[in-house]
Each structure stands twice: as C-alpha cells, then as structure tokens.
Design a protein around this ligand. Structure first.
Ligand SMILES: [Mg+2]
Length: 357
C-alpha cells in the first residue's frame, strides 16, 4: 500500500472549475474583505460559472442573515440568492433545535443574523438570563459589548448551554486581523469556566448541508483559513483550495498540521481557473517549476534553478516546494526553525512571503 500523497504535491492538470462541480466558498477573506470584493474575484467566479461550476457560500460569520449576505454578494457582482448561502447562525440554530426542541428559549449574543436564524428555526428568543434560556447562542456581531456578554455569563452559569457559532479568533480586515467571534466567546468561557459547543466550521455540518442543497458530487472547498475551511473540508471528505487573500500567510501555512494542509494553493480565488503545478521529489529535495525545497532536520532551504523548468506564473511555486518538502518530513504540526535561501532569487522570494531567512 502506498502512502497518501503529500498535500499540495499532486496539483491539478485541469483547472479546478473543470474538475469540481461545486465550489463551497468561504466569504470573508475569499470573496470579500470587509465591504469590498477581493480585486478580480467577482470576474473569476463569473468565469467559473460560465465553465459550468456552481457556487455555494459557506460562512462562519454569523452576524448577517443569508438574505443580507446574498444582497452584499449580488452588489459585488457575484449574483446569489439566500438559498445559496449557509451561515454558522443557521448551523447553531439547527443544533439547538435538535437538542431542545421547537419553541425552546434561547438568548442570542451577536448580530441580527443570530436572532433571525433562531426565529427562523422556530426557537423563542429571549434577552435576559431571568427568562431562563436553555441555550446561549453566541455569534459575531460588531456591536456586541459588555452588557450582552454579562447576560450570557449569567445565563450559562445558571445552566444554559453555551453554543458558539464559530471559534475563529480573528476576522480579516483591510487593517489586518481583528477580533473574531472566538475572541469574544473566550470572554464568556473565561468567566464561566465552561467550554462552548462550537457548531460552525471546522464542524462538517455546514459543508454537508451545502453539498445536500447543491447535489454536489465532487465539491471543492475554497477558503482562507486552515483551522476552519481546510480542516472542515477534510472532515467533510472534500478537496480544498487555500487562497492567500485572507488571514493565512506563508509562515502559518508552513506550520500547518496534517489536518490543515490544503490540496491546492493560489494567490486568490482566480485559482479556480488555472492549472496547478505538481511538486515532485528530486533526490532529497522537492521541485516545483524552477524551485526546489529541501528539509534538513529543523532547517528548510529554498533554491532557484533558473535554467530549469519554467514556472507556473502565480509566484507561489517556491512556496509549494517549501511546503511539500517540510510536510513530507513532518508528520505533525511544527514550524521549521529556520528557512534559508540558497541564492538571491530565493532570498527575494522569502522576503515577498514575509518569511524571515
Ligand atoms: Mg474566511
């Protein structure tokens, strides 16, 4: 029996939009960052649709309703209906409904999307711990403050189940990562000492629901986070494409654990439209285009051979070679202690990816 191939090494001889029938797209950091579309992505998604790929939108951001998210997407020239969107608020509402039944009292903490999803599922929304909620559902909301967090603490201490729509510590923004729902969930759990039940990605329920709705036979998860999108895709049994337009940078990717290593890598969601190069073993090294990566203990070395094969053209061949070289020798999650450049081109590439050499 041969071992499973190292993630990223197989590439794709066809563009993913020709191989996969449905893209399960994360939103923050993939389609948009803050209010604005990632440049070029609406056009790329339109081209993927033209090539026959269908799109589903799966977001851990619980703040808005599917209708609001679909409206935002459509305004960014990514036409979508509410049925195309699955939020982690919906996933949390489904879990609470299954546990406590229709009409159960629930205290929401978060944006309007949390309350709307609970009501849509037939649950009873209350706002005070004295109303004896059976669950507190906590999702991202820009206006969440001390008063709501305190109410959640009292309710959970009185026996309510603490349900978190997701545990993402950060949300991407044009100013860099900012506090995400996981950070505020941590405030409540730090006071109550109770671990929350997390219902969003990487729990596979949302991806599974999107597969069910779309009838996908060969879905591809497209995301910017390793611990939610990529790990969620693994748990759902789907392939994954990591894009670098959100919170993951080269250093985070290199340190990824086995469950968080993506199948494909691209600068942005335009990677749906391009072929992906293979990374092949070459002696003690791994080669991608003109780049080779070599792992020596805790040291990782990148080199470029200008006379060698031409590059794939998205500027990430060297990073692919480094990742595969490192992961092939690291069964667990561990960042290389040192990343070294063998030549000036490699040094420039490491600088461009923010990797200190
Ligand atoms: Mg994201």
């Amino acid at each position: 029996m041969s071992a499973a191939p190292v993630p990223l090494s197989a590439g794709s001889t066809q563009p993913p939009c020709a191989v996969h029938d449905v893209a399960l797209l994360d939103l923050d950091g993939v389609v948009y960052v803050g209010p604005d579309a990632v440049p070029g992505v609406p056009r790329a998604l339109a081209a993927a649709r033209t090539a026959g790929m269908r799109l589903g939108f799966v977001t851990n951001n619980a703040a808005r309703t599917p209708e609001e998210v679909a409206g935002h997407l459509t305004a960014l020239e990514v036409p979508a209906t509410a049925e195309d969107v699955i939020t982690s608020s919906q996933a949390a509402a489904t879990v609470v409904l299954q546990r406590f039944g229709a009409g159960a009292r629930v205290l929401p903490v978060g944006g309007p999307g949390v309350t709307a999803a609970l009501r849509a599922a037939g649950l009873t929304v209350v706002h005070r711990a004295e109303d004896r909620p059976l669950a507190v559902v906590q999702g991202y909301g820009r206006d969440v403050g001390w008063v709501e967090l305190a109410e959640a603490v009292v309710a959970v201490r009185d026996g309510a189940e603490h349900v978190a729509t997701n545990a993402d510590a950060t949300v991407p923004s044009p100013r860099g990562p900012l506090p995400g729902n996981g950070a505020l969930v941590g405030v409540v759990s730090a006071v109550t000492g109770r671990r929350p039940l997390v219902t969003g990605k990487p729990d596979p329920a949302m991806h599974a629901e999107c597969v069910r709705r779309t009838g996908a036979r060969r879905p591809l998860v497209v995301g910017d986070r390793l611990d939610t999108d990529v790990e969620g895709s693994r748990r759902a049994g789907a392939a994954s494409l990591l894009v670098l337009t959100g919170v993951t940078d080269a250093a985070v990717l290199l340190a990824a654990g086995p469950q968080q290593r993506p199948d494909l890598l691209a600068p942005d969601a335009g990677g749906l439209l391009t072929r992906h190069p293979r990374v092949v073993p070459e002696g003690a090294s791994w080669r991608c285009g003109s780049w080779t990566g070599r792992s020596r203990g805790e040291e990782l070395q990148l080199a470029q051979d200008r006379a060698a094969a031409t590059d794939h053209g998205d500027g990430l061949d060297g990073l692919r070679a480094l990742c595969v070289a490192h992961w092939a020798g690291s069964p667990g999650a561990a960042a290389p202690v040192r990343v070294l450049a063998a030549d000036e081109a490699a040094a420039a590439a490491l600088r461009a990816w923010g990797l200190p050499s």
